[in-house]
Design a binder for this molecule. Structure first.
Ligand code: ADE
Length: 231
């Protein structure tokens, strides 16, 4: 069981994720719990404002420190885990990081918006920063969903069988092998014979080769690292 406490402005985005694909069943089975603390609810401003112009001028708006700080304090009532802020300045997410977080019982995911969050609120609350890649999103909720999804795949019972995540791309430094399902012939293209043979050793060998070929073709950078390691 892992409890994600998201702190942000747009709960609808997180709700949409919760209601999609295999999430509803995972939540029902108690593999995960997702809470949302809305920064706006903690604003002491009379109009419930959460942003203001940046000191020093410049484009965009900045989330004010008070509602962010108070919302994180409220989230801490629900989780004693680390406060992880989704931001382009963070450590780039990969499966190793997702796996590490999957060992936690809970974590707080702080989702920023607009140009950013007042630095004092960050300095007072954030333990770690995570980025989902070298690009800028309009809001942290999208990144939080990506992070939660990558973590959940490592939780027991989330995927159909325990093998699923161990055979996937990146687990052994390679991309995953290619997949086929019915029909045997589609648009004149046949499924590789070996997959129909029932010969487990040969299927294993086919998949190992396919994994190497896929990596060489699509991620030559990973392929070179793999080759150097297994020389
Ligand atoms: N918020 C905005 N851009 C982001 C990114 N690339 N990763 C995580 N959070 C973000």
């Amino acid at each position: 069981m892992i409890n994600f406490v998201c702190v942000g402005l747009f709960e609808e985005l997180i709700e949409a994720y919760q209601n999609y694909s295999i999430l509803p069943r995972a939540l029902q089975k108690g593999i995960a719990k997702i809470d949302f603390v809305n920064i706006r609810s903690y604003s002491k401003d009379k109009h419930r404002n959460t942003d203001d112009y940046p000191y020093g001028g410049g484009a965009g708006m900045v989330l004010t420190p008070q509602p962010v700080y108070d919302a994180v304090q409220a989230a801490k009532q629900l989780s004693c885990g680390p406060v992880v802020c989704l931001s382009p300045i963070g450590q780039t997410l990969d499966n190793a990081l997702a796996k590490k977080y999957s060992e936690l019982e809970s974590m707080i995911l702080l989702c920023g918006h607009y140009e950013g969050i007042d630095q004092r609120a960050l300095d007072l609350t954030v333990d770690e920063y995570v980025s989902i890649g070298d690009f800028v999103l309009t809001g942290g909720e999208i990144a939080a969903i990506v992070l939660m999804d990558s973590i959940l795949r490592y939780k027991n019972g989330f995927l159909g069988n325990t093998q699923s995540s161990s055979e996937e791309s990146f687990e052994n430094g390679l991309l995953e092998y290619v997949h086929y399902t019915r029909p045997e012939i589609f648009q004149g293209l046949a499924v590789p014979e070996v997959l129909l043979s029932g010969h487990h050793e040969k299927i294993k060998e086919f998949r190992q080769n396919s994994s190497l070929e896929q990596t060489k073709k699509h991620r030559p950078d990973l392929y070179d690292i793999y080759q150097n390691k297994h020389r």
